[in-house]
Write a protein that binds this ligand. Structure first.
Ligand SMILES: Cc1cc2nc3c(=O)[nH]c(=O)nc-3n(C[C@H](O)[C@H](O)[C@H](O)COP(=O)(O)OP(=O)(O)OC[C@H]3O[C@@H](n4cnc5c(N)ncnc54)[C@H](O)[C@@H]3O)c2cc1C
Length: 291
């Protein structure tokens, strides 16, 4: 990072356990928080020119970082937080969090983000993951995304070009980074928006272990079934590997109950997958990104 001057923050040998919701992961050679998208582009170009691998993260709420850390740059988008609100939506930076956008949309009587009020990620991460809950997902909202491409330039892309499907987008192939997106929202009475948000949040509190380190659902739901149901039927609730534990509240969550390593979590993932496949002949695929 010699010669790189930015307004944002740069740290050396920064633990990825501080950058991810699971609170695991060894040191990144550099952790960088650009202040805006121009700085993000500068860091990505700098990394490329210096032969450093760059990993872009939002809130790290859907990733498992390796115990050995990341040799290269981990670039956090949380500084990209500008928003322009309109009557029919919002143009927002990749680092805005979904709960903050959902709350502000409600205040402005704009509907669409109700499902997202409890998803603890950034807009950028949510577009990449096609995050969703309770029947809604990002594919239904994204009008356009602003991308920085590996070739080194900015590009606007329509929602249709992003190849959305269940918890997937074409952006997961890598090489393109989201710096912002335009979401299409519609007018609705604030009280009705808040009523739905309260319903989803209550349901989340009842069905998910909140306030503990996790990365949300570990496995994608197989067609016509629920990963959590299969894991629970196989008797995995509460079972552990080191500091990692299958949540007793929701079997599709693995929680870090203190001092878990990425190896502990991987061990549980592998064991659960093998057992579910043996019992039910269904091979579970991970939803989380194993770095
Ligand atoms: C308690 C809890 C509950 C959750 N509930 C849900 C839920 O209901 N529904 C759901 O879908 N998910 C849920 N999640 C998972 C997670 O919050 C979402 O997938 C979220 O969208 C990830 O956003 P993030 O910013 O944290 O992404 P990260 O975890 O930082 O990154 C995810 C992936 O996207 C890439 N990425 C991130 N930002 C960018 C960018 N700007 N450009 C290019 N690539 C990028 C990363 O490299 C990584 O591969 C939950 C997680 C937790 C911890």
């Amino acid at each position: 990072m010699v010669g790189l001057e930015i307004r944002g923050r740069i740290e050396r040998d920064w633990p990825m356990s501080k950058l991810t919701a699971w609170r695991v992961g060894g040191p990144a050679t550099f952790a960088v928080w650009p202040a805006d998208e121009e700085e993000l582009a500068l860091v990505l170009r700098h990394g490329r020119a210096s032969g450093l691998r760059t990993l872009v993260l939002g809130r790290g709420s859907n990733v498992l970082a390796p115990d050995g850390g990341w040799e290269g740059i981990v670039l956090m988008t949380t500084g990209l937080r500008q928003t322009i609100w309109r009557e029919d939506g919002v143009s927002a930076g990749a680092g805005c969090t979904l709960p903050a956008l959902a709350q502000e949309a409600a205040r402005r009587s704009l509907s669409g983000l109700e499902f997202a009020c409890g998803i603890p990620g950034t807009l950028g991460g949510a577009v990449v993951m096609n995050a969703g809950a309770y029947g809604g997902d990002m594919s239904g909202l994204v009008l356009r995304a602003r991308l920085f491409t590996e070739e080194g330039g900015f590009r606007e892309c329509s929602g249709a070009e992003l190849g959305f499907s269940y918890r997937r987008s074409a952006l997961q192939a890598g090489g393109r980074f989201v710096t912002g997106a335009v979401l299409r929202l519609r007018a609705r009475e604030e009280a009705l928006i808040r009523r739905d948000m309260d319903t989803w949040q209550t349901r989340r509190r009842q069905s998910q272990p909140l306030g503990v380190a996790s990365a949300g659902s570990v496995f994608r739901n197989p067609p016509g079934d629920f990963a959590g149901r299969l894991i629970e039927m196989a008797g995995w609730k509460g079972r552990r590997a080191g500091g990692a534990e299958i949540s007793a509240r929701n079997a599709n969550f693995i929680i870090n109950s203190g001092g878990a390593t990425a190896a502990d979590i991987r061990e549980l993932i592998a064991a659960v997958r093998e057992d579910v496949e043996r019992r039910f002949h269904i091979r579970l695929e991970t939803e989380i990104k194993i770095l």
